[in-house]
Design a protein around this ligand. Sequence first.
Ligand code: SF4
Ligand code: SF4
Length: 419
Amino acid sequence: MPKSYQENELSSIIRIDESKCKGCDTCKSFCPADAIDGPYGANHRINSERCLQCGQCLVNCPFGAIEDTADVVDQVIEKLQDGKTTVVATVAPAVRVALGEEFGMEPGKLITEQMYGALKQAGFKIMDVNFAADNTILEEGTELIHKIQKYVLQKPVTEELGPLPQFSSCCPAWVRYMELYHPDLRQHLSSAKSPQGMAGPVAKIYGAKEIWKVEPEQIFCVGVYPCTAKKLEASRPEFTAAADYWKKQGHTATYQDTDVVLTTRDLARLLKKLDIDVRNVQPAEEKDNPLAEYTGAGTIFGATGGVMEAALRTAYFVLTGQELADLSYKPVRGLAEVKSAEIPLKLKDGGQEITLKIAVVHGTKNVEPLLAEIKAGKSPYHFIEVMNCPGGCVNGGGQPINPMGTSWTGKFKAILPWS
Ligand code: SF4
Ligand code: SF4
């Protein structure tokens, strides 16, 4: 396999500590990319050129033998304490559900205000990624609408558009899977940036100018995600939109839109190092944060089907002129590995009726039959959402590890050879 990373990208984020590995094969059973080598009973190794950096092996290793090596906790603390830097935390929805677990709170408890309070006490400015997720869905939904106009309604469209079906592009492990294993289908990926891709430029352009009123070079943007692959995504050389914008205004510096990424586990470690306990902080409300406003569409991005549901609501409203009758769109909810639905639409211009066909997949390997259909020219779908991690970002590789050493979606647990 040729080198699979671009210059300056973070590679080898996920590593097996061979002194702890028992060779039990559990990690292999969770790996969507067949990136783990080693026979049963012997030390295992990750082939980083094949690896998606998703961390599913890490959260599921029963012996705690797998590490996330991209540790920026001390670097972020230094920035928080240097007095010259505006440190902005852009926080994903799934983090505020899981962070409390690292402090002994009940799993699944939503702790938005406590998390904001803890971040403020640590010295962060806050930008909620839900706001950026709304930006993503406007882009992704609009792109889908334009493709429907071009390919389904045969209307003239001037912009360059990839083919249908459109794939969601929010999950960096899925994007890397597509790039590595099915590069011939890359044009099907939505051109919309992920919420992380949106959040960095908003913080360093709009936030620098209008909210914090500092030079963009003074902003250190910290993504906080339930996902180890976000560390790779943030380091991709494509994501320098803020620096590119500011260069046109006479600035010279080059920097990433998101400087570093903390997982949920990393954020908990950072807070503990600063003696901040989310159970005892002064809660801060959403209205205290100028970039914390968002719709319900952004909030559901963290679960399988969430991006699809949000995109559907937008596309349905724009094409029909009416809200989707049931905003909680049940056919894309739940933990079936592949979900599909047909949505009849009566277009507001002319009353023509079309049927939108969609699919939702979680667990990257489950997408293979759908990819084969596309390659055979037989895919019935217009839009397909893929999330790498079983259940979606809520079960990401950066989330708290429960005492069983396995992730919470019990039905996906490996059957251990000795059980
Ligand atoms: S799951 Fe953990 S202990 Fe088992 S083979 Fe993989 S790294 Fe080694
Ligand atoms: S990080 Fe993900 S892709 Fe990489 S070895 Fe682990 S499970 Fe496989």
